[in-house]
Design a protein around this ligand. Structure first.
Ligand code: R5P
Length: 265
């Protein structure tokens, strides 16, 4: 592996081999998502606890201080919306020159395996990998399910992750699933990070799945709504960080969450 690629990956994946990526890219197809209406304000108290920030060029340029000392994972696929016909019909939206200009440490794009646009999104991934590898920029593939959240089974996610890795993704982001998640990770030759999905009812639920996914081989998370849409986002990110980097159990994470919430630490 070239020095530049290694260096960028080492900025994202920490020395312990783990990572907490904070995504705020949801507006690229959802518009002004709840609690992300002013992304710059949302991330202010959270950034210090994240290993990298995932977002589009528009939010990066307009809402994030250029002196920020955090690696950026630039979302470079899009072209669809929640009110449009099909979320899977994505294209690559950002040139390699722009990716370099914005000093991105990595890029990310979605693949929609099994959808009408499977071929298009997978060949988009292959082309993006070709273009980015020339400059030592890692591609993180996002195994997207559009509106069909019920697709999140181990069998399907394993298929998506493996295909994304085979096409050259350096990291794969996928969903956690309760049953057989280890099969998803074991079948994927590159590091896997977990998305959070829609906000769930209790923090403990999030801590449990992050912990379980880590035990089963994930290197971390790319988790947004279950942090910044919660009532106590700083407590949430600190507790999740403790699971990822300090091996906290869900119960220990819950206790840290309560302490931060109460202003005790
Ligand atoms: C989808 O909007 C994006 O790719 C998000 O980055 C991804 O879904 C992770 O965010 P969340 O934890 O909110 O699902």
């Amino acid at each position: 592996m070239e020095w530049g690629m290694k260096n960028r990956l080492s900025r994202l994946i920490q020395a312990d081999g783990k990572a907490l990526f904070l995504p705020i890219d949801h507006g690229y197809f959802q518009g002004p998502t709840h609690k992300l209406e002013k992304p710059g304000e949302t991330i202010k108290p959270l950034l210090q606890y994240a290993d990298a920030l995932m977002l589009t060029r528009g939010v990066l340029r307009n809402c994030v201080d250029s002196a920020v000392d955090k690696p950026v994972i630039l979302r470079v696929s899009g072209g669809t919306s929640v009110v449009g016909e099909d979320l899977a019909n994505e294209a690559i939206t950002t040139s390699v020159q722009e990716i370099i200009r914005l000093n991105a440490s990595a890029v990310s794009m979605s693949v929609f395996v099994g959808s009408k646009y499977e071929h298009q999104s997978l060949t988009n991934l292959a082309k993006l990998v070709d273009a980015c590898e020339d400059y030592g920029i890692p591609v993180m593939a996002v195994t997207a399910v559009g509106r069909e959240l019920e697709k999140r089974t181990a069998r399907y996610l394993a298929l998506c992750c493996r295909i994304a890795a085979e096409l050259g993704a350096r990291v794969v982001k996928t969903y956690y699933c309760e049953e057989n998640f280890e099969k998803v990770v074991d079948g994927c030759p590159v590091p896997v990070v977990m998305a959070g999905g829609p906000k769930v009812n209790s923090q403990l639920e999030v801590f449990k799945f992050v912990y379980d996914g880590m035990q089963k081989g994930a290197i971390g998370v790319n988790l947004g709504r279950n942090i910044w849409q919660t009532e106590h986002p700083v407590a949430a990110i600190r507790a999740i960080r403790a699971i990822i980097h300090d091996n906290y159990t869900p119960e220990e994470a819950q206790s840290l969450f309560e302490q931060v919430k109460a202003g005790k630490t």
